[in-house]
Every structure is written in structure tokens, then in C-alpha cells.
Design a protein around this ligand. Structure first.
Ligand code: SF4
Ligand code: SF4
Ligand code: SF4
Ligand code: FES
Length: 945
């Protein structure tokens, strides 16, 4: 239960059939969907039948026997949770017989329950307590002395929740939540009858078990057995605010449950369109960073980066930054400064930064961290479909028959969506995984990929072309769809190109390392297996051919008719919470909000009129161009919103040198991150708990982010930016964040129907939301592509220049892990680090043995760009010749070794392929020693004060 006291209808809604059934509950007629349970029908009619093992997020189980009812014409007292409704049924929910039976059941439960209600953490939020009251239990005739479970101990190993076995009623809601909702199957009921106990793994506690700490079991538990430690420490919440998770692009809705001004629990919101009541460990538990002692709450400045920081007023910090930027522009021209927007910030915060750059800086030197993740998605999907966004809502995966996961690791990076996907896979959908590494989805409880195409890093396009070749040459094209929906000239040209034997699986096998027969079988399955849905991640985009691969996947979907309805589509799984939104808001140097090219006179004119300025019509600099220009001495000032370029961008030494070369680096962030070591001005930012605005998730869903407390540092981020723009000479102000969204809606056609008022009324909206689509657009390209006809693009496979060599014989690829998030700035400041406190290098046993490396050894990882050290983990997840690491810890500096190679169309870095060598080591790298020295200088307060 939560403080909002959400209703629980007891059993889930039945599959929609359009049919209804009429029955009477205690004499009152009620009409419900066919397939509903009697319990659900009663709840809809307003009668709450007592229940313990039932809850409407789980299938009915029928174990507690508390929900008994009488049904006219039937013998006995059936359980209402497992009894389906029938037309004309007459149900009685209350009678002396039922009262007696229910009290008897409750008596048994209570006689084996510690009666410490007044000091129990669940006091006031316990279904067992509520049910005892509901059935009118007044005495326990059996006493409390018999055989019982009261001495069962506690498992406190999980950092976020406790399992107190003495309070368990073995209703198995936790086990079923783990199976049905999360799909991890970490819990079991051990033993039988009276000896039954809930177990997480054989002997180990929750922490060491398969449990991924999603918290679904805690939420499902009707007693205090599974309880959040924050609730044990602080007590029950007294009010709640609905908001959105600030981690990944799934965009889960939460009730931030508060006690006074502090959050005591984050409960996934049942009506959240993206998550429907589920969450992962990050969103549910890892929010403590928001009040971490490392947070900077005062603006700070310093003349040069070898000086300590000095705390100053907002006015002084903003004035200092504006003066420096103005001096740079006077000396080096107006194009000598620029800004970077953050995909962690709200749409409103991003919108004002790009507006500040365009209107106050008077150039288009604005880029976003999406440059280094999904910019090829923007390019590729716009070319083929006409808009830079995923085609489906998350629900759609429930109708997929074949799911192709390419270069994505949903169970780690998009866990709540992964749970939906796993549910569909357990129902029988087939899975194709294209990934150099054996991700969890390849084989997990009740799931096994039909095909794992374990390709060599850098050969995505070879594989997608080979699949398309099979589809074209084996007559598997959906000719009717292509003729009806696609540009046939581009199709014929593509068909001739892809049918060339050079694109056959056999011809490309040597490059990709994937057996031709496996490619053929996977292609046939995708083309003929029913609804085919593609989900992809950074393993597609972060390559020298990232844009080609996105277009290759789009070609595949169009050729097989897998676009424009439920269960199909091409879907980028966005990394950060607002990658979609930051791109939508005009963060790219060539595009105004809504992906309209800056060179378009009419679009420019509409903004010029509203903003009262003349806009530059030439695109500005991308992030890598800004760095190059900084090293050339022509680009000298940068405003960086919530983005740690020095940790997240490739070729760290080059990034460091570029930042060091600038005269004014302004960082707006929560913490003194790696980039702040090069900054002259630090403008403290707000956590998501203090933000008022919107995030747009991977399914184009615009969700409200509501403040649960005022900004701890005193100023909204958008206000800070407005004040900086004003100090630069361009008056910019808004009464509130809602007014910024009103401006977005007024200037951006796909957002025309969006406002805070509407979002507050309706919960969320998926763009396009305008006159043509007043209710938003869950599935795109239904009747026609946004660009009219789907465009097939040629995707010639060009091997990357990054090849293994004698000096660097291994290929490094990178990725994320569930418990940490990106550069780790947030999650490293939570208990999540207990699962992953350092980045390690996965290496195959044969490669390790050849180099004398043992499991756990410190190794030097070197490329032509640099060297770092980390511990090795021998793993068969990677094939020989491939090594893998995560990039969450700045001490490791995984990007010290990544290169300057990037996508041909968008400059998205080629993070996923770096030729490296691994060798045993006994000391930190030179880079890490340099970093330590820099950190020591970048102390917070002037020691002289
Ligand atoms: S831990 Fe909670 S949900 Fe699980 S069986 Fe025990 S009482 Fe039920
Ligand atoms: S926290 Fe999640 S994964 Fe762990 S046991 Fe509970 S439901 Fe399963
Ligand atoms: S899946 Fe993503 S959005 Fe949802 S709770 Fe986890 S991190 Fe947050
Ligand atoms: S609620 Fe129906 S048997 Fe438990």
C-alpha cells in the first residue's frame, strides 16, 4: 500500500475480449468484462472482499482462503479470487458462515505472527492488520504457545530492504512478483505445508542471490516481512508526489512518498504508462545521492583551474561567467563560445540552454550528450522514416512474435522494459540477439534466444546486410507493404545493392565471425515469424557506421512490413532519462526544436519573431569540433549543463587538453565532476526531486517531473540559465516552467497539444500530439510514414579503421551494468556501489592465459590513445579476441583508451570498438596519477578564507 491508498481490485484485468458479463454482488447488479474474477467484480461494485494472497498486479493464486464467497446454486464457499464471473451469477460476500470461516483463517495466521504491531515498521500499512480488523477478529483461541515460526531470523544483507522471516505468512506474493512482474525468478517456496519458507537462493541471503533488487517483492508483500530500510528508519510516509525517475530512458513514473520534506520511499506508480507499477533498483532505491554530502549548494568561481574554488553569490558567479564569455566573443568572435545540453535535465531546462546559445551567444554552437550516444538514431530514422524517434510504445512488445535485440542489454540498461520483454518471451515469442557478448537475455530462466549472432565488434552492418540479403534473395520481402508504403525507386535500388553476392552471409562470414547458416536462419525467422520487433541500443549507434546500421535495421523492418502496427517497429532504447527530449528540444547545432533544420528560412523566422533576434542560419559546432577548435585556439568558452565530458567522451587525454585550453568553462551540475576540474565557474544544479518540468522517454512519452522540495541551492536550473542569458545582454525570463513548455508547444508542431495542465490531467502524452493527433501517438507510421513513403537507404559495409594489430590484438567493447548509471555520478553515491564498486575487464580464459593474467589480477589496458589499469575477470561471456568493460568509475577512466574514430554521418564516437592489449600490471597508469593530482588542486573552498 502507498500513502495515496491506491485501489487494489484483487486480480488483474482480463485480456480484452469486448464481451461483458452481468451478475449480482450482494443483490446489486454489476457488469464487468468477461474473464474477470468474482473478487474483481465485487471490487468494481464497491465491495472489498477480504484477501491476503491476491493483488491485482499478480495472477490469482488461491492460497489464503480468506476471500471465500457464497454463490447461488453452488456448493461450498469458493475463493472469489480464482472464480471467474458468469452471466446471471448471484454472489454473497457477507454471511454468518463466511464471517466464521474468515475469522478462523485469520486466527490461524495471527496465532503464528509476532504481535508487535505498535512497534512494527508496517504499522498503518499492513494488510494482515487491516484484514484482522476487516473480518472482526477478536480472539485467538489457539494461543501463541504452539509450534510457530516466530524465531525465524532476519536477512538484512540487501542494502535497501529487510526480510524478517518471523512475519512471513507464506502467501507467495513475493515469489510471484519476482516471477511474473520482474522475471528474475530469484525466490522460491522451500519446504511443504507448515515447514514452507521463502528463500532467495539455496543458503545465501538476498545480496548474494540472483535477486536484482528491483523491489517488486517488497511492494507485493502484505506484511512487514519485506520492508524498505528507509521505512524502518523513518516510519510511514504522510503524503506523496507523482514524478518520473531520473535515470534511464524507460521513464518510470513514481510516487515519491514523503514524510514532511523528506522522501522515505519511491513507489512505482501503478498508472505510469511506461512502467505500470514496476521499477528497477536505481529508480526505487538509489535516490540518496540527491542529499549526498558531496553535493555543491553554492555557486563557485576561480580565476584559473590551478586555484581553489571560491564560494560566491549567484549574481557574482553569473556575472563572472557572462563577463568572461563577452570578453572571449569580443576578442575571438561570437563563434568562440558554445554550450552543451544534458539528457539528464528536463525538456524545459534543455530548451532554455539552446535558446541561450542561439539568442544570447548569437551562434548555433549547441550540442548535446546525445552526440555520443543516439545521434545516429536521429540521422538514420529521419532518413528512412522521416522522424528521429522510436516507432512503438513499450506495451507493443506484448504483441511481438519475434524480438530482435541488437547491441542492447535491456536487463542491465533498461530493466523495466526488459521485464516486459521477458514476459513476452516466456509467453513464447522468439528471440534473436545480435551482440559480441553473451548478454543475460541469451539464456536466463525460461528464456533462450533462438539465435545469438555473436559478431566481431565493428561488423554490425555486415550482419544486417547479410540478413537483408537473405530476405531479398529468398523471396521473403513483403511486396505488398513495400508497394503500398515505400518509395519503390529507393527500394529497387536497395534491392539490387543488397542482392549482390558481396552481401551474402557466406561472403561476410569471415569478417563478422557469424556462421552464414545462423544468419540465414535468423533472417528467415525475423521475416516469417509473425510480428517482428527490433530493439537496439548503443551497440548499434556507437560505431563508425552507426548511422548505416540504424538505416540497415530500418530497411529490414520496411522490407518485411514490420512497421506501423502493434508488435513491430524499430526502437532505440535510450540511455539517459531525457535523451529523446534533449534531441527534440533543438540541442543539435543544425536543428531547431522539433528537428527542423536551421537553414529553413520559415522555421527560423518563426523563432526570430518570438525571440526578437536574428538567428544564424549556418549550423554550429558539434562537441568534437568544439574540442578541435579549442585546441586550435579559436573556441575558448563553454557552458556545460549536467554532462561530464571529461569522463564520458572518448579519448580522454584529448578532451582534457581541449577543456584545459579554454578561458571559461562553466559547469552546471550536482557534484564537482571530472569536467569541473577544468572549470572556472560552477553553478550548482538541482536533483530530479527539486525539478519542475518534463522528461520524454524512449517511447516519446512526455512525463511530468514534479518537485517534492524546493531547489536546495536556491535556484531552478532554468532560472540560472535565464539569468546568464540576461547577463549576456539577451533578456530571458519565464514566470515558471509551465510557461517554457507553452513556448515549446507554440513553436514545435509535434508538441502543439502539450501543456503542464494537460499532463497533470492525463498523466502523460506521446508526441506527436497536435491537431492531427490530439491524443498523442503511441505507435507511429500507422497509415503512412512521417516522410510520406518509407525510404530505403544503401548501407554499404565499410570495415572500421580500428583493427586489431600485433601491438593491439584484442578488441575492447564497452557497456553498462544494472546497478550503476553512466558516469556513476549519482549511483556511485548510493548503496548501489555494493554491487559494483569498480569497473572490471572481462577477458576470455584463453586470452588471459596467453598473457599470464589470472582472475582478479590488476591489468594494464592499453590502446594507441592511452592506458589505464583495472582488475581482470575471466569470463566466457566474451569470445576469444574480445574484452569488455563498463565505464561507470572515473578512477578506471575507460575512455582513456577509446579513440577519436566516429560515425561518418554524426560524429558519434566509436566507443564499441577499440584495438587494445592487456598485460599484468602492479601500478596505476600515468593518466590516473595525473588525474589524482588534478583532483587535489580542484578543492572546494579557498583555504585562505
Ligand atoms: S515475504 Fe511477504 S509476500 Fe512473501 S510470502 Fe512472506 S508475507 Fe507473503
Ligand atoms: S527484489 Fe526483485 S529480483 Fe529481488 S527477489 Fe524481489 S522481486 Fe525478485
Ligand atoms: S528502468 Fe530506468 S526509468 Fe525505470 S526505475 Fe529503472 S532506471 Fe528508472
Ligand atoms: S485472496 Fe483469494 S485465496 Fe487468498
Amino acid at each position: 500500500m502507498t500513502v495515496s491508498g491506491r485501489s487494489d481490485l484483487g486480480t488483474p484485468a482480463p485480456a480484452a475480449s469486448g464481451e461483458t458479463v452481468t451478475l449480482t454482488i450482494d443483490g446489486q447488479p454489476v457488469e464487468v468484462e468477461a474473464g474477470s474474477s468474482v473478487m474483481r467484480a465485487a471490487a468494481i461494485a464497491g465491495t472489498e472482499i477480504p484477501k491476503l494472497c491476491a493483488t491485482d498486479s499478480l495472477k490469482a493464486f488461491g492460497s489464503c482462503r480468506l476471500c471465500l464467497v457464497e454463490i447461488e446454486g453452488r456448493k461450498g464457499t469458493p475463493a472469489s479470487c480464482t472464480t471467474p464471473v458468469e452471466d446471471g451469477m448471484a454472489v454473497t460476500t457477507q454471511s454468518p458462515r463466511l464471517e466464521k470461516l474468515r475469522r478462523g483463517v485469520m486466527e490461524l495466521y495471527i496465532s503464528d505472527h509476532p504481535l508487535d504491531c505498535l512497534t512494527c515498521a508496517a504499522n498503518g500499512d499492513c494488510e494482515l492488520q487491516d484484514r484482522a480488523g476487516q473480518v472482526g477478529l477478536r480472539e485467538v483461541r489457539y494461543g501463541y504457545e504452539g509450534e510457530n515460526h516466530l524465531s525465524r531470523g532476519k536477512d538484512e544483507t540487501n542494502p535497501y530492504f529487510t526480510f524478517d522471516g518471523s512475519k512471513c505468512i507464506v502467501c507467495s506474493r513475493c515469489v510471484r512478483a519476482c516471477d511474473e512482474v520482474q522475471g528474475t525468478l530469484a525466490l522460491t517456496v522451500d519446504g511443504r505445508g507448515f515447514a514452507s519458507v521463502i528463500a532467495a537462493g539455496a543458503d545465501e541471503g538476498f545480496f548474494e542471490s540472483e535477486c536484482v533488487s528491483c523491489g517488486a517483492c517488497v511492494q507485493a508483500c502484505p506484511t512487514a516481512t519485506l520492508t524498505e530500510k528507509t521505512i524502518i528508519d523513518h516510519g510511514q510516509p504522510d503524503h506523496s508526489v507523482i514524478t518520473t525517475c531520473a535515470y534511464c530512458g524507460v521513464g518510470c513514473s513514481f510516487e515519491a512518498e514523503m514524510k514532511g520534506g523528506e522522501v522515505v520511499r519511491m513507489t512505482p506508480h501503478k498508472n505510469g504508462g511506461a512502467n505500470e507499477g514496476h521499477s528497477c533498483v536505481k529508480g526505487r532505491f538509489a535516490w540518496g545521492y540527491a542529499t549526498h554530502r558531496d553535493r555543491i549548494l553554492s555557486p563557485m568561481i576561480r580565476e584559473s583551474t590551478d586555484q581553489p574554488w571560491r564560494e560566491v553569490s549567484w549574481d557574482e558567479a553569473i556575472g563572472f561567467a557572462a563577463d568572461r564569455f563577452k570578453i572571449i566573443q569580443e576578442q575571438y568572435g561570437k563563434g568562440a563560445i558554445g554550450g552543451v545540453t544534458s539528457s539528464r535535465c528536463t525538456n524545459e531546462e534543455v530548451f532554455v540552454v539552446q535558446k541561450m546559445v542561439r539568442a544570447a551567444f548569437a551562434n548555433n554552437n549547441v550540442d548535446t550528450c546525445a552526440r555520443v550516444c543516439h545521434s545516429p538514431t536521429g540521422y538514420g530514422l529521419k532518413q528512412t522514416f522521416g522522424t528521429s524517434a522510436g516507432t512503438q510504445d513499450f506495451k507493443s512488445v506484448g504483441s511481438a512474435d519475434v524480438i530482435l535485440v541488437c547491441g542492447a542489454n535491456p536487463t542491465d540498461a533498461h530493466p523495466v522494459f526488459a521485464s516486459r520483454m521477458k514476459r513476452r518471451l516466456r509467453e513464447g515469442a522468439k528471440l534473436i540477439v545480435i551482440d559480441p557478448r553473451r548478454i543475460d537475455l541469451v539464456r536466463s530462466p525460461h528464456i533462450e534466444a533462438a539465435h545469438h549472432l555473436q559478431l566481431r565488434p565493428g561488423t554490425n552492418v555486415a550482419v544486417v546486410n547479410a540478413m537483408a540479403h537473405v530476405i531479398v534473395t529468398e523471396g521473403l520481402v513483403d511486396e505488398a507493404f513495400v508497394a503500398d508504403r515505400c518509395d519503390t525507386v529507393s527500394f529497387e535500388r536497395w534491392k539490387a545493392f543488397i542482392a549482390d553476392p558481396a552481401n551474402s552471409p557466406e561472403a561476410l562470414e569471415a569478417d563478422s565471425g557469424v556462421p552464414a547458416q545462423t544468419v540465414r536462419e535468423a533472417a528467415r525467422l525475423y521475416a516469417t515469424g509473425g510480428n517482428g520487433a527490433i530493439y537496439y541500443g548503443l551497440g548499434v549507434t556507437e560505431h563508425s557506421q552507426g548511422s548505416s546500421m540504424v538505416m540497415g535495421l530500418a530497411n529490414l523492418a520496411m522490407a518485411t512490413g514490420n512497421i506501423g502496427r502493434e508488435g513491430v517497429g524499430v526502437n532505440p532504447l535510450r540511455g539517459q532519462n531525457n535523451v529523446q527530449g534533449s534531441c527534440d528540444m533543438g540541442s543539435f547545432p543544425h536543428e531547431l526544436p522539433g528537428y527542423r533544420h536551421i537553414s529553413d528560412t520559415e522555421t527560423r523566422a518563426s523563432f526570430e519573431k518570438l525571440w526578437g533576434v536574428t538567428l544564424e542560419k549556418e549550423p554550429g559546432l558539434r562537441i568534437p569540433n568544439m574540442f578541435s577548435a579549442a585546441l586550435d585556439g579559436t573556441f575558448r568558452g563553454m557552458f556545460i549543463q549536467g554532462e561530464d565530458l571529461a569522463q564520458s567522451d572518448p579519448d580522454t587525454e584529448n578532451v582534457d587538453a581541449a577543456l584545459q585550453a579554454m578561458d571559461c568553462v562553466v559547469v552546471q551540475d550536482l557534484f564537482l565532476n571530472e569536467t569541473a576540474a577544468f572549470a572556472h565557474v560552477f553553478l550548482p544544479g538541482t536533483s530530479f526531486l527539486e525539478k519542475d518540468g518534463t522528461f520524454t522517454n524512449a517511447e516519446r512519452r512526455i512525463n511530468r517531473v514534479r518537485p517534492v522540495k524546493p531547489p536546495l541551492q536556491g535556484l531552478s536550473e532554468w532560472e540560472t540559465v535565464c539569468r546568464l542569458a540576461t547577463a549576456m545582454g539577451y533578456d530571458m525570463s519565464y514566470p515558471d516552467a509551465a510557461a517554457i513548455m507553452d513556448e515549446i508547444a507554440a513553436t514545435t508542431p509535434s508538441f502543439a497539444g502539450v501543456s503542464f495542465d494537460r499532463l497533470d490531467r492525463e498523466g502523460s502524452l506521446q508526441w506527436p500530439c497536435n491537431e492531427a493527433a490530439p491524443d498523442g501517438t503511441p505507435v507511429m507510421h500507422r497509415d503512412a510514414f512521417v516522410r510520406g513513403e518509407g525510404q530505403f537507404m544503401l548501407t554499404a559495409y565499410v570495415p572500421t579503421e580500428e583493427r586489431s594489430s600485433r601491438s593491439f590484438p584484442l578488441l575492447l567493447t564497452t557497456g553498462r551494468i544494472l546497478s550503476q548509471y553512466n558516469v556513476g555520478a549519482q549511483t556511485r553515491r548510493t548503496q548501489n556501489s555494493r554491487w559494483h564498486d569498480e569497473d572490471v575487464l572481462e577477458i576470455h580464459a584463453s586470452d588471459a592465459e596467453m598473457r599470464g593474467v589470472r582472475d582478479g589480477d590488476l591489468v594494464a589496458l592499453s590502446s594507441r590513445k592511452g592506458s589505464t589499469t583495472l582488475h581482470a575477470r575471466i569470463s566466457d561471456r566474451v569470445p576469444p579476441g574480445v574484452v569488455y568493460t563498463t565505464f561507470h568509475h572515473p578512477e578506471t577512466g575507460a575512455n582513456v583508451v577509446t579513440t577519436e574514430n566516429s560515425d561518418w554521418a554524426t560524429n558519434c564516437p566509436e566507443y564499441k570498438v577499440t584495438a587494445v592489449e592487456v598485460a599484468p600490471s602492479n601500478m596505476p597508469s600515468a593518466w590516473s596519477r595525473k588525474r589524482r593530482e588534478r583532483q587535489q588542486k580542484s578543492v572546494r573552498i579557498d583555504a585562505a578564507e
